[in-house]
Design a protein around this ligand. Structure first.
Ligand code: DQA
Length: 150
């Protein structure tokens, strides 16, 4: 596989920079750095390289997805609250050819009504939700398996 094909882009959306501090009873006490370290180890275990970007800005997330068309073979995305609203992120992901896994720390389906709709889900191969830090392992393993199936 080429360098692009073996690169996984992990995208973290708004407010995920506050993990550790933010509603730990829902999101856990781990910081985003801890989750990125878990994802990095999972990628290495699968012979992949992880790149990570976090932004609170929708446009920056869209630009990262557009750039990934030329620099990454797969995407794992926790778009935070944009998961429920951003048709622009939906459209950007639609233009990406490789595997896409949607990721959430919490289980949005078991929370407030407004979190039940994901506009990312229809353009993802699948969703990992509700497993906290373990989800980062599962999501990277999922893209690794999808890449092997290709
Ligand atoms: C989240 C769930 C979203 O509903 C919320 O807006 C987030 C985090 C999660 O990881 O559980 O910011 O994506």
């Amino acid at each position: 596989m080429s360098e692009q094909a073996t690169t996984v882009l992990l995208i973290s959306g708004p407010n995920l920079n506050l993990l550790g501090d933010r509603e730990p009873e829902i999101y856990g006490s781990e910081t985003l750095d801890v989750h990125v370290a878990t994802a990095t180890r999972a990628a290495e275990r699968n012979g992949l390289t992880l790149n990570h970007i976090q932004s609170n800005h929708e446009g920056e997330l869209i630009e990262a997805i557009q750039q990934a068309r030329h620099s990454a073979g797969s995407i794992v995305i926790n778009a935070g609250a944009f998961s429920h609203t951003s048709w622009a992120i939906h459209d950007a992901l639609k233009s990406f050819d490789g595997p896409v896994v949607e990721l959430h720390l919490s289980n949005p389906a078991a929370r407030e009504e407004f979190r039940h709709l994901s506009v990312i889900a229809p353009v993802a191969d699948g969703t990992v939700a509700g497993f906290g830090n373990l989800g980062y392992d599962l999501a990277i393993d999922a893209v690794a398996r999808l890449l092997k199936q290709k």
